[in-house]
Design a protein around this ligand. Structure first.
Ligand SMILES: Cc1cc2nc3c(=O)[nH]c(=O)nc-3n(C[C@H](O)[C@H](O)[C@H](O)COP(=O)(O)OP(=O)(O)OC[C@H]3O[C@@H](n4cnc5c(N)ncnc54)[C@H](O)[C@@H]3O)c2cc1C
Length: 507
């Protein structure tokens, strides 16, 4: 052992979305001092993203805290920073039908709540689809009513609930979604709309992380693992924490070091490391996992990547000179009298029927007059191919029809998100198809064990929303997955938990 220098393990995080940044921040808090983040795009934050419309900062990605309670670390971070004081109270909900009539909001919200409760069923190994369950249960509720007019009202509102659920899931058909979707899911409470504020979370995660260790425009094209790669490097000061030496196998003879992992970037750069935490989206893994890893991922992990679905949604921002809606309105929903909850799916030839939900960005003082139109699945894919002019005129006709007002002006600007065609993301979030339950996400989260160098543990690790069966598809799920992997490494190196660990409740 003479001449050997103990050193801090090197850790590379692939992806500067919330999972990657949370992992990197937590690792630094544990005292790991050789942490590098590689991000393929020009922007940090991944699916937590902001854009400027007029003078307003809007969220092109996540905008709601799913569960505004102290259990939720994202809620806690935004609350503790005082940002939530900028959030408006919920606006009112308005409903219109395709006969140009406003629908009684009290009745609609009551029926809506019944439909939502039916959809949020915690199925357990049913093997059924959410669509099948929804059709069955809503039929029973409708049949139990003796009022014919009410039956029709329920039918239409339930269909609306189903269509809105497609947006929450990012899917095109409720019959393709597993009824067991929420079997392991942790509901942290009511949603809180935090428009224009979610990106501040990214700023918070970046605080104190050394800028020179966040490398942008570094697309990772290959992760070679289970190897023994040599490098001549400057030797950093030995770590003060003696416990590191117990596990750090990569050693130096003089200045030559061996590493089990070699990361190759698209620009030809090679980075050798002891550990890599891969946080790319499920969409990216679906497209690239076969080429990304050498040796290939184990068959069971590839199977999970192929089995899980990665949906898409589009947010269409419509900026107006003046509001044509009343002050205090939060959402408009459009109800079609020929829609039915028995088959809730999109139809690209009648795509406007799936732009049934509009939300108002509030407060007006911060955002001006901006509406967001929402749509799911293949309608979102279609929207991504349309020009802003075509979208503007189609949506203006749509709004005029429902409001029964031919003088609604076209928006002064239209911006739609393009998550599906973003080649580093490829969609919105993960969902479970029929026959698959959340447990498979544990397989995705499992670190890889080398066969040539099995003693060099935790070479390749995985984080990201798709690795969290209890919170997939969310920002806090992504954040906690990053913490989970940082904690795994800390445990491996016998590190004491940082004080921030208390933010993570067991989920
Ligand atoms: C439109 C939209 C609305 C949403 N709304 C909400 C919401 O209201 N509330 C909520 O909780 N969640 C919402 N979500 C989901 C939430 O945004 C995500 O679950 C979460 O941000 C995912 O974070 P992540 O770190 O797991 O992945 P990502 O954010 O996808 O981060 C992965 C990063 O890896 C980078 N990358 C990819 N390939 C490579 C490579 N080869 N080399 C280097 N880097 C690479 C990507 O560029 C990206 O920055 C929404 C998502 C979308 C798209």
């Amino acid at each position: 052992m003479k001449g050997m220098t103990q050193r801090s393990p090197s850790i590379v995080v692939v992806g500067a979305g919330v999972a990657g940044l949370a992992a990197a921040k937590r690792l630094k808090e544990y005292g790991f001092d050789d942490v590098t983040v590689l991000e393929a795009s020009e922007k940090v934050g991944g699916r937590v993203a902001a854009a400027t419309i007029g003078s307003a900062c809007v969220d092109t990605g996540a905008q709601y805290i799913h569960g505004a309670t102290d259990e939720n670390p994202v809620y806690c971070l935004l609350k503790n920073s005082g940002l939530l004081s900028q959030v408006s109270e919920d606006g009112s909900e308005k409903f219109y039908n395709n006969k140009r009539q406003e629908v009684d909001a009290d009745v609609a919200t009551r029926v809506y709540k019944i439909g939502e409760d039916i959809l949020r069923y915690h199925g357990s190994s049913t093997g059924k689809s959410l669509g099948e369950h929804f059709a069955e249960k809503t039929k029973a509720v409708i049949d139990s009513s003796e009022d014919d007019e009410m039956k029709i009202r329920m039918q239409n509102v339930f269909a609306l609930v189903g269509k809105d659920m497609l947006i929450d899931i990012g899917a095109s058909d409720l019959h393709s979604v597993s009824l067991d979707s929420w079997e392991y899911y942790t509901n942290m409470g009511e949603d809180l709309d935090v428009p224009g504020l979610m990106f501040r979370l990214v700023d918070m995660l970046l605080e104190d992380f050394p800028k020179e260790r966040l490398l942008m425009k570094r697309e990772v094209s290959k992760i070679k693992w289970d190897g023994s790669f040599s490098a001549v490097k400057d030797v950093p000061a030995p770590p003060s924490d003696e416990s590191l030496s117990a596990h750090t196998e990569a050693v130096s003879e003089g200045n030559v070091r061996q590493y089990p992992v070699c990361i190759v970037c698209e620009n030809g750069e090679e980075i050798l490391t002891d550990h890599v935490i891969v946080t790319v989206s499920l969409g990216f893994l679906k497209a690239q996992a076969l080429n990304l890893f050498s040796p290939s991922l184990p068959a069971e992990k590839m199977e999970v990547i192929n089995k899980l679905c990665f949906g898409n949604i589009a947010k269409i921002f419509l900026e107006y000179e003046q509001a044509f809606w009343e002050d205090g309105v939060g959402t408009f929903s459009f109800i079609y009298e020929d829609d039915s909850p028995t088959s809730v799916s999109t139809n690209t030839t009648q795509w406007l029927k799936n732009i049934q939900l509009f939300s108002v960005l509030r407060p007006k003082e911060r955002f001006g007059n901006i509406l967001i139109g929402w749509c799911p699945g293949d309608i979102a894919d279609l929207i991504e191919t349309m020009t802003e002019e075509d979208l503007s005129s189609a949506i203006t006709e749509h709004l005029r029809m429902f409001f029964g007002k031919s003088d609604i002006p076209p928006p002064k600007s239209v911006h739609s998100t393009k998550w599906g065609s973003n080649r580093f993301i490829k969609g919105s979030y993960t969902y479970l198809p029929v026959g698959v339950n959340g447990q498979v996400m544990d397989t995705l989260a499992q670190p890889l064990m080398g066969s040539h160098r099995p003693t060099v543990n935790l070479q390749v690790m995985f984080a990201g929303e798709a690795t969290m069966k209890s919170l997939y598809g969310t920002v806090h799920g992504a954040l906690l997955s990053g913490h989970r992997e940082a904690d795994r490494l800390a445990k491996h190196y016998n590190k004491d938990p940082p004080s921030t660990a208390s933010l993570d409740k067991q989920v």
